[in-house]
Design a protein around this ligand. Structure first.
Ligand code: SIN
Length: 495
């Protein structure tokens, strides 16, 4: 897709669009906060305020929970085929408006427009997939222990679900939670990140247009802790699905224990990207560029530690320098940009702090030609060589465009280094040897393993982690199970 920087008029044009919502969606109506309070949303590439959004709190969260609860029985009893049709109509509307939705996403999140368009499509693919899966929710008939009994299972919706979503994929993460919830017959109260509320609210607009009944989807932003407390303490909310940091995931899981809610936690990663000496190095480089630098390094599945066999590390580093030198840092709306800003100034400070500490501890930075723009939250892409397992950066989720290169001597050392983390979301392996592929994918302690593949996310596959990267799966047939309860019925006294 080719595109040019938008003029101020074009950016303003987006705000004239019907999907440009700044109020909360509660019980099918768009409403401001009860006290009229608002907060500003800034473009991370320019620091400009692009919207002023309703700053909701506990009162509006209670209203949203009540709306979701009131809508639950009707939605759960709506025939699966009808629920499927509504989800499909929602998917169609998103795809019909994908270009505008992509521009909106870039303006609030910063990622290059092509990536934003990819994200809008990626998110929509979950809605399409679960519109199909909605019709395939089956129970079982189980052989009974005696002739006077019959045993069967029903799959029923969990109930009202709270969805808390991050700023790094503001469209896709919301769609990935709402779509299976609605397919299962649940209703939802969603709290998108305050940095990026507009894409989420725009999806809410198209959901209503598609015929999602009032109260089935509620979306509000604002006072994060108040909203979180209201959602986690409510006995009406039966499940919480969260994507975000491990630290916040632990707090939310603890808070949910008072009402014994089910939880799905998609938390932080620390992905190893292992390049064995026999790998196709061009393919490994393609995979690394996609995995490490997508979204400026701000994904939970980003390659965080690049483990490279000592005999090829010099060659691979030079290839990476050549490739990364061609990347373009800038405003995601400008033609040719491949790396956009980070989300916030404190994210820039965090990445710079990690780099400074790594250099102090003995890492070497490799010079690249990028100039950092004067406005916005930019970090120039960087390669750090000579990184070792005792450095702070080895344990940290970098969440920025910094590739750390770590050498290894043999297979066992690579796997040991890779598993030397409390995280367990994604891992990547590049090799041409079938035994290494199989052994490594079995021995890596991660929920997802990409073998000779850097892009592992799609709606047909189960996305999720182990260890402190959380629990639960999103996408695939497993993603639907997370929103269903199994009820066992024992029919006795039969003659
Ligand atoms: C994430 O970073 O949380 C999601 C990444 C993806 O879906 O690929």
């Amino acid at each position: 897709m080719s595109h040019t920087a938008l003029t101020a008029e074009e950016i303003a044009g987006l705000s004239e669009q019907p999907f440009f919502k700044t109020d909360a969606l509660i019980a099918g109506c768009w409403q401001g906060s009860t006290d009229g309070d608002t907060f500003a949303v800034e473009n991370p590439a320019t620091d400009e305020v692009i919207a002023v959004v309703a700053n909701c709190g506990a009162i509006e969260t209670e209203q949203a929970i009540t709306a979701a609860s009131d809508a639950l029985a009707g939605w759960a009893q709506t025939p699966a085929k009808s629920r499927a049709k509504i989800l499909r109509a929602w998917f169609d509307l998103i795809i019909a408006n994908e270009q505008d939705l992509a521009r909106l996403l870039t303006i609030e999140q910063g990622k290059p427009l092509d990536e934003a368009l990819g994200e809008v499509r990626y998110g929509a693919s979950y809605i399409e997939w679960f519109s199909e899966e909605a019709k395939r929710i089956y129970g079982d008939v189980i052989p009974a222990p005696s002739t006077d009994k019959r045993i069967y299972t029903l799959k029923q919706p969990v109930g009202v679900v709270a969805c808390i979503t991050p700023w790094n994929f503001p469209s896709a993460m919301l769609a990935r939670k709402i779509a299976p919830a609605l397919a299962a017959g649940c209703t939802v109260v969603c709290k998108p990140a305050n940095e990026t509320p507009l894409s989420a609210l725009a999806l809410g607009h198209y959901a209503i247009e598609a015929g999602v009944p009032a109260g089935v989807i509620n979306i509000l932003c604002g006072k994060t802790q108040e909203i979180g407390a209201a959602l986690t303490s409510s006995p009406v909310v039966r499940k919480l699905s969260f994507t975000g940091s491990t630290a916040v995931g632990k707090m939310l899981t603890a808070a949910c224990s008072s009402t014994m809610k089910r939880t799905s936690m998609e938390l932080g990663g620390n992905a190893p990207f292992i390049v064995f000496a026999d790998a196709d190095l061009e393919a490994a480089l393609d995979g690394l560029m996609a995995s490490k630098f997508r979204n400026s390094g701000q994904t939970c599945v980003c390659a965080n530690r690049v483990l490279v066999a000592e005999e090829i590390i010099e060659q691979f580093t030079q290839m990476l320098v050549d490739r990364l030198s061609k990347s373009v840092l800038g405003n995601g709306l400008s033609q040719g940009t491949t790396i956009g800003p980070l989300i916030q100034k404190n994210a820039v400070a965090k990445v710079q702090g990690l780099v400074a500490k790594a250099i102090e501890q003995g890492a070497t930075s490799v010079n690249l030609p990028h100039q950092t723009p004067s406005t916005g939250n930019f970090v120039a892409p960087l390669i750090l060589k000579d990184v070792t397992a005792d450095m702070e950066i080895f344990d940290a989720e970098i969440f920025g465009p910094v590739a750390t290169l770590i050498g290894f001597d043999h297979y066992d050392q690579a796997i040991k280094l890779a598993n030397q983390t409390t995280a367990g979301l994604a891992a990547y392996v590049y090799t041409q040897d079938a035994s290494t592929m199989i052994k490594a994918s079995e021995q890596l302690e991660f929920g997802i393993v990409g073998v000779n593949e850097g892009i592992i996310s799609n709606e047909m596959a189960p996305f999720g982690g182990v260890k402190e990267s959380g629990h639960g799966r999103e996408g695939s047939k497993y993603g639907l199970e997370d929103y269903l309860e199994v009820k066992y019925v024992c029919l006795g006294g039969l003659h």
